[in-house]
Every structure is written in C-alpha cells, then in structure tokens.
Design a protein around this ligand. Structure first.
Ligand code: ADP
Length: 396
C-alpha cells in the first residue's frame, strides 16, 4: 500500500509518499507560504529531477490539490491515479491525555483533537486544517492521526506532574506531555535491535537533537520521562528556544525590557537557545565554524548546550536506575561529532568511552562506543515519516 504522510503547519505542508511494503519514499516535497503571497511547491519524485512550482495556494486545500496533481502528473508523478494512495497518515502535535496511541480519524476524533487545541495553539489547528483539506480532496481514503505526545502517555505521575497547585492539573490538565514521541519511539526500537536486546528488557536514553531538541528515558519500550513539558519550550537548550530557566526570569525580563508575558515567551521561543546565546546563529554548523575560528562565545554556547544534555542523561540514568544505551539522533545528533564528544566527555562515571574515528561519521547508524564501554553509545538516524507510515498501515 502507498501511504501519504502529511505534516501540516500554519503556512507549510510537508509530505512523503511511501510504499509500505518496500518502505521506499516514492516522492516527497514541501509547500511553503500557503495563504501568503509567493506560495511555492518543491516536489521531489524519486529518481527524477526536483520540480519547483510557483503558484498561488490561497488555502491548504489548494496546496493538497497541487500535491496530488504532481503525484499523479504524467511527467513529475510517481503513481497513475489517486486510487494508488491507500491511506494518509497525519502528524498531529498534541493529543493531550486523550490519545495514548495513533488513531483512525473519525468526526469524533477530530472533535477531540480540537479540544487539545489550547494545549498547542500554534500547531494543532494547522494539523486539523491539513486533515480537513485531505479529507476534501481524497474522499473515502482512510486517515490516521499520529501524535507527538502519544508515546509519552506512559510516563508515571512523578514524571509528569509539576510542583504546582494540583488544581491546575485538575482544571486545565496542566502537566508534562513531551513531544518528538514518534522519533523517540522509532529510535528506541531500532536501538534495542542494534544492541541485541529485547525492547521489553532495555533501558535506553534517546537524545533527539535537532532545531527542537528533547531527550527521553525509554524503559522496557515505554517512555518514563522526557525533557519537553506542557509545550516544546522546556528542557534542553535548542536552536532558538531557551529550554529550562528559572520561571522568575519571565517577570524580570518583562519589567526590565517593558514587555508583556506573550512578548517574553516569544523571546524564549524564538530569540533564545544557541542562537541567542552565541549571537551567531541557530544553526550548529555556523556555531561550530565560529568556535573553530576562535569565537569564544560560540565555544561557550556549545559547552552550555552539551552540559545540559549531559545533565539530563544523568537524570534519566537515575530515573531508570541504569542505562544500556544512549542514542543520538536528528540533525545535530546525527551529524555533529563535536557535540556528541562534548556530551560523552561528561559520562565517564557511567563507564562510557567512545571511538574518536567512528565519531567522525555523519548521518549513519553507527555504534560510537568502544568495545569496553559499559554503556553502548549509538547514532541512530530518525525517520518520523516512515514511523508515521508504519503506524498508519498498522491501523488501516
Ligand atoms: P528540525 O528540528 O528542524 O527537524 P533538524 O533535525 O534538521 O531540525 O536539525 C537541524 C540542525 O541540525 C541544525 O542546527 C544543523 O546545523 C544540524 N545539521 C543538519 N545537518 C547537518 C550536517 N550535515 N552537519 C552538521 N550539522 C547538521
């Protein structure tokens, strides 16, 4: 079966068409500036040239239509007709406490996802727009929602409750949810396979280090703690997000800089992280280059970043009372050997040692740890689209 995987943002739509038998990507692409002037679709059919189409996309339905046209186009297409799409898998950011696994989308499910909107006001409404646009264009095709939060619904209370008045949890469901669940699930499963352990008898820490970054303690295949919280702002230092800070800093900045709470939160989300700290960029390649050229603040930024990751690894080794493997994934985790080296530099107490030559490799599955390391350290590239396609097939 061919599965169309959709990741819809407020003005963008990413897609992949995946053959679920061979797991090959038949085509992938991205619509940008939907609803804005200058809409553009970049379509990449496998084995053919990339196509860039500049055409107005006044709404998401127009974007979905254009994508479907390209997928079935005589020149740029990869399938004969829409009937070759057996199912659609949608990435949905927040499933609240309502969804502990992926679900087949029904009217009732859409209502429940809407109820989760206030927990992810920037993401969920856009995800729903994508679902509706696909339903309009592909009547009768089964659709599945795969939630970023679902994998973490196994966290115990001691991991998900904040030290706040309990009534906020009762009234507003204010708690830790965690994100990147599809990636943490995919990478932890693969890690167990690679280290030759049963998932049901394993302690794995997954470090998903991309623009957004989170870390997850996966015990016996279940998420028992994760660094992102009610929103994706908590935890590790990220490209532009601050991660953990003293909450009183919010009021301090608001007073000093004469800002509203919304404006401060915007600073924490968009102007902080390694971008704000280094004054260089949110991109780790730029920061690494600057550090190599002697920019001290850039080097300090990398240290601060790695130190935070190492502290979380320590916390999660404690949470699981041990760890069998630590896996690095996503853009930085898969490609940035210096960050991995800095992080592992703090982990000698766990008996961890890594092979410097293997650590130079990029973007491929590799065991970084030396033969005598007490804990395996791995690079396991994530593939959220494939994970969504697999979930979709399982439900359809
Ligand atoms: P997103 O959260 O947007 O999916 P990614 O997982 O793509 O983010 O990660 C983006 C980060 O990964 C950037 O900081 C970038 O520097 C880093 N990165 C991506 N590819 C490489 C590469 N080939 N070498 C070094 N760093 C890379």
């Amino acid at each position: 079966m061919n599965v169309l995987v959709i990741n819809c943002g407020s003005s963008s739509l990413k897609y992949q068409l995946i053959d679920s038998v061979t797991e090959a990507v038949l085509a992938k692409g991205l619509c940008e500036r939907i609803t804005i002037d200058g809409s553009v679709l970049t379509h990449q059919p496998a084995g053919k040239d990339k196509v860039v189409i500049k055409q107005p996309m006044p709404d998401h339905k127009a974007a979905v239509k254009l994508v479907l046209e390209q997928l079935t186009d005589s020149a740029n297409g990869v399938i004969e007709s829409l009937s070759a799409i057996g199912a659609v898998g949608h990435r949905v950011v927040h499933g609240g406490e309502k969804f502990a696994s992926s679900v087949l989308i029904t009217d009732e499910v859409i209502k429940v996802i809407e109820e989760c909107n206030e927990l992810a006001p920037l993401h969920n409404p856009a995800n729903l727009i994508g679902i509706r646009a696909c339903q309009d264009c592909m009547e009768g095709v089964p659709m599945v929602a795969v939630f970023d939060t679902a994998f973490h619904q196994t966290m115990p209370k001691e991991a998900y409750l904040y030290g706040l008045p309990y009534e906020y949890y009762e009234k507003y469901k204010l708690r830790r949810y965690g994100f990147h669940g599809t990636s943490h699930s995919f990478v932890s499963k693969r890690t167990a396979e690679l280290i030759g352990r049963k998932l049901s008898d394993s302690k794995i820490i997954v470090c998903h280090l991309g623009n957004g970054a989170s870390i997850c303690a996966v015990k016996n295949g279940k998420s028992v703690d994760t660094s992102m919280g009610l929103t994706p702002l908590e935890g590790l230092i990220m490209g532009t997000r601050s991660g953990d800070i003293d909450p009183a800093i919010m009021e301090f900045i608001a007073k000093k800089e004469n800002m509203s709470i919304e404006e401060v939160v915007n600073v924490l989300n968009k102007q902080s992280g390694v971008a704000g700290l280094s004054k260089v960029s949110s991109d780790f390649r730029d920061i690494k280059n600057a550090a190599d050229e002697g920019n001290e603040l850039a080097y300090t930024t990398l240290k601060v970043y790695a130190y935070r990751v190492a502290k979380y690894i320590g916390a999660y080794a404690a949470a699981m009372n041990g760890v069998d493997a630590i896996s690095f994934t996503a853009g930085v985790g898969e490609n940035n050997g210096s960050v991995r080296e800095m992080v592992c530099g703090y982990l000698g107490y766990l008996g961890i040692a890594i092979d410097d030559e293997k650590n130079k490799l990029r973007g491929e599955e590799v065991e970084l740890s030396t033969a005598d390391s007490k804990v395996k350290v791995m690079v396991v590239p994530t593939n959220e689209e494939l994970a969504i396609a697999r979930e979709t097939v399982a439900l359809v």
